[in-house]
Write a protein that binds this ligand. Structure first.
Ligand SMILES: Cc1ncc(COP(=O)(O)O)c(C=O)c1O
Length: 452
């Protein structure tokens, strides 16, 4: 007897991943990571991981009594969305750093085992199979998997005209796309608009007035407005962006009064992975203040995304610690130093980049080098053939960077580079890139000029 078959859904997912140059490169990176025992392994300088304060965080979390588990931590607990302890801790975080227009109360909060699975569940409860969320490009490459993987919701990707990112012009580009779809009977239904502020991969904060335009846009087209604020506290100072806007949370806006937007549309997202440098703990959050239907619908399947008690206890301990402001300011300063180092290296080698003041990465224009790659059958490989070939080459050379095609960058040749990995690994990664493309060796010397 042959073995029983996989579902159609799983087969579709497997086929999609087998064809994905991104997943191939990531598979090679995760399958052979560089370490002291494997010095020739691949350095991941493409995913958003922040290791800069790992020593501080492990010292804090290993202190006796920090991982204090209550009896209820070993049960299913009182609420499927999280413990009383994390609700109180998050309430304080929002109050202090997000300045909510309306206080965030425990019934408004959902916690989860990472933001990705929560986005997947939100897609499932707000949208039907085949519906789409409209997103300004470039966008964080994980959204595709989060929305599509299980919930089978697509992305209506809108190329934003050069120079219009983060401006009212960006909202106008989405408006035009919605208007175009009205005359296209084959266009899938759009159910939500997804904005990431601070932006991934461009590293800027949206202005309050642009967020208000997004609220009006959501109202006009009867959409949910999902605002991913997972990098809210990773804003840093840099001479590259002297007039950088501060972070403004969607929670801080009176969307009804300022935009005539129904409060039930607003879904704010966050988590611990980025601002608290702990992707591995798996902690995601959503705040939904005026939509009991979403909360009820999420609760039906929330067990599969519930945050584990150890993560809940550890994150709560940090969020309620008097040392939280110290951690956040150390993190901000470390991000600024790491950004200065990477961007000094980019400038030294004449590699253009989009100046950033938030997040863990910079979008870098590698076109000069990507265009030199010989591709056997360029016509067959499509517009991004050289970029895919370059990705293969850099992984062969022991470095993974995030390829622009996976973020829906309109032009081939761009890569997202992460500066918040451990300094000695970043140095080695940059040295490997220098060697590969024939650049003068500067990584080590610049690291001394721009220390970590
Ligand atoms: C914008 C954005 N949203 C969500 C996520 C997913 O984070 P998590 O580790 O909590 O699943 C990421 C991770 O890179 C991200 O950059």
């Amino acid at each position: 007897m042959p073995s029983p078959p996989l579902s159609h859904r799983a087969r579709k997912q497997l086929d999609a991943s087998a064809d994905s140059p991104l997943l191939k490169a990531l598979g090679r990176t995760f399958g052979n990571p560089r370490s002291d025992d494997n010095p020739d392994g691949v350095i991941n300088a493409g995913l958003a991981e922040n290791s800069l304060l790992h020593d501080w965080l492990t010292e804090f979390w290993e202190r006796p009594g920090t991982l204090k588990l209550e009896h209820t931590d070993l049960t299913y607990g009182k609420s499927i969305f999280g413990s009383d302890r994390i609700f109180v801790a998050l309430g304080q975080l929002y109050k202090t750093y997000f300045h909510p227009h309306e206080p965030v109360e425990p019934p408004h909060i959902v916690t989860s085992n990472g933001l990705s699975p929560l986005i997947s569940r939100l897609a499932a409860v707000t949208s039907d199979v085949g519906d789409e969320w409209i997103v300004p490009a470039p966008w964080y490459n994980g959204f595709k998997q989060d929305l599509q993987g299980t919930s089978q919701v697509g992305i209506a990707s809108v190329a934003v005209p050069a120079g219009a990112h983060g401006t009212v012009g960006e909202v106008e580009a989405l408006e035009q796309e919605m208007e175009r779809r009205q005359g296209d009977s084959s266009a899938p239904k759009v159910t939500a608009v997804l904005v990431t502020s601070p932006h991934n991969p461009l590293g800027f904060c949206y202005a309050r007035d642009v967020l208000i335009e997004y609220c009006k846009f959501a109202e006009r087209w009867n959409l949910y407005l999902v605002v991913d604020e997972i990098y809210a506290l990773s804003v840093f100072d840099t001479d590259d962006c002297p007039d950088a806007l501060p972070f403004t949370s969607i929670l801080a806006i009176d969307v009804a009064a300022e935009a005539g937007c129904d409060l039930s549309r607003i879904i704010q997202l966050g988590g611990a992975s980025k601002d608290f440098g702990c992707n591995g703990l798996r902690a995601g959050t959503a705040v939904v203040q005026h939509n009991a239907d979403i909360m009820s619908a999420l609760s039906v399947t929330a067990l599969e995304i519930r945050m584990g008690s150890p993560t809940d206890a550890l994150w709560s301990a940090l969020l309620t610690s008097p040392e939280l402001p110290t951690y956040l300011s150390l993190n901000k300063a470390a991000l600024g130093r790491a950004y200065s180092y990477l961007t000094a290296w980019l400038r030294a080698h004449g590699l253009p980049y989009t100046p950033a003041h938030a997040g863990h990465f910079v979008l870098v224009d590698w076109r000069e080098h990507v265009n030199q790659v010989e591709v056997a059958d360029e016509a067959r490989g499509g517009r991004f053939a050289k970029e895919v070939a370059f990705l293969d080459r850099i992984v062969d050379a022991g470095v993974y960077l995030g390829p622009g095609f996976s973020y829906a960058c309109p032009e081939p040749g761009f890569f997202r580079m992460t500066f918040s990995i451990r300094r000695y690994e970043l140095e080695i990664a940059l040295e490997r890139l220098e060697k590969l493309v024939g650049l003068e060796a500067k990584a080590r010397e610049l690291s001394r000029v721009y220390p970590s």
